[in-house]
Design a protein. Structure first.
Length: 379
């Protein structure tokens, strides 16, 4: 059995954060009932039609769920949602601030009726404070949390190219649900979980914030270089760039001797520690690129490998799709969508006892009749 088999999750969700949380639960065996509005359903269905008419985001986030169309603002729809919650273990929602409360399904109301229910709110800024009312989307949270201030080149800021705020909050919600299930197993009581996208991402910002608190200055943007560790990043060779990371003093000694072939640099006090290398990074990084100027990427990569220095290629998306590591570890599989079969990556849970459930991506309302019939049969 998968670890969450027998668990019922009701997800009043849209876009990325809520669906990413509940998809983890579905992959691990939970019965996730995705409640969608009539007409267009989850707004992520309309992001694009990249997969023969199916949205790339929707396909990624919603496999293995059952789609039920309900107008939860109507009396009948609200009554049906209440019946679903009566038989549920977890209620996940990430609608606009205050929406669930206006529908009559806020925590204070729900816990009286369903004391074993785990109630999970995912919002932009949390349910209290001066920003509680604000709409929030991933790029806006990246900006508010300071991530954009650290991302991009020295000349120009950039956002992270994937939905890191949504993903962070979805993962925190998922892990919090697992913890709440353990507590409920001991106490028999449900739990209120409140996840803020802003708090999830600011927690990831602690190293640069500690740098500011402790030293009076925050790290700046460094492009394809690390803003707190040197040397770490992409450096020019004769025919392109090589990316590598020196993480400790032992590696620094090996890097100087075996990669740069400049063992004398280990005696230079300007480079004696990472803090010193960071302070003198311009001179050090010029020295590195002068040494690499007559070497090819393959030659530098071979030296790094021999020296035990971690390195990587700056891959295109196509190169990731074709990556030999994914092929060798058999990470690609297939899932069904309303338009046919698409490739999918296995989730990284990697439980040794049971593979994940790679369920079908549902059509809008595909399971409405089935789920309503189950409610009619329920005692």
């Amino acid at each position: 059995m998968l670890p969450l088999e027998g668990l019922r999750v009701v997800a009043l969700e849209q876009a990325v954060a809520g669906p990413f949380c509940s998809r983890q639960l579905a992959d691990l065996g939970a019965d996730v009932i995705k409640v969608e509005r009539p007409g267009e359903g989850d707004l992520a269905r309309g992001y694009d039609g990249a997969l023969d008419g199916v949205s790339a985001y929707f396909a990624w986030l919603n496999r293995g769920k059952r789609s039920v169309v309900l107008d939860v603002k109507s009396p009948d729809g609200a009554a049906t949602l209440e019946k679903l919650l009566a038989g549920a273990d977890v209620f996940v929602h990430n609608l606009l601030p205050g929406a669930v409360e206006r529908l009559g399904f806020g925590w204070e109301t729900v816990r009286e009726r369903f004391p074993r229910l785990i109630w999970v709110s995912i919002s932009g800024y949390g349910l209290s404070g001066p920003y509680a009312h604000k709409k929030a989307y991933d790029m806006l949270i990246q900006a508010e949390a300071g991530v954009i201030a650290l991302t991009g080149s020295v000349e120009e800021a950039a956002k992270v190219g994937i939905s890191v705020a949504d993903i962070a909050s979805g993962l925190y919600a998922h892990s919090s649900i697992l913890a709440a299930l353990l507590v409920r197993g001991r106490t028999g009581r449900g739990e209120r979980i409140e996840i803020s996208m802003f708090e999830a991402l600011t927690e990831w910002m602690m190293p640069p914030m500690y740098s500011l608190i402790g030293q009076g200055r925050a790290p700046g943007r460094a492009g394809l270089r690390h803003n707190m560790i040197v040397p770490y990043g992409a450096y020019r060779c004769a025919d392109g760039q090589v990316m590598f990371a020196v993480q400790n003093e032992r590696e620094w000694v090996n890097f100087c001797a075996d990669v740069l072939e400049r063992p004398d640099l280990t005696n230079d006090e300007r480079f004696a520690t990472n803090a010193q290398r960071l302070a003198h990074r311009a001179h050090l990084e010029d020295t590195i690129e002068v040494a690499f100027a007559c070497l090819s990427r393959d030659e530098v990569s071979a030296r790094l490998e021999r020296a035990g220095i971690a390195s990587a290629r700056v891959n295109s998306v196509q190169e990731v799709v074709d990556h030999p590591q994914l092929q060798e570890r058999q990470r690609w599989t297939q899932v069904q969508t309303p338009a046919g079969t698409i490739p999918a990556l296995l989730p990284p849970h990697n439980l040794g006892s049971e593979p994940p459930r790679m369920g079908r991506v549902p059509a809008l309302g595909e399971h409405t009749a089935e789920v309503l019939a189950e409610l009619e049969r329920a005692p």
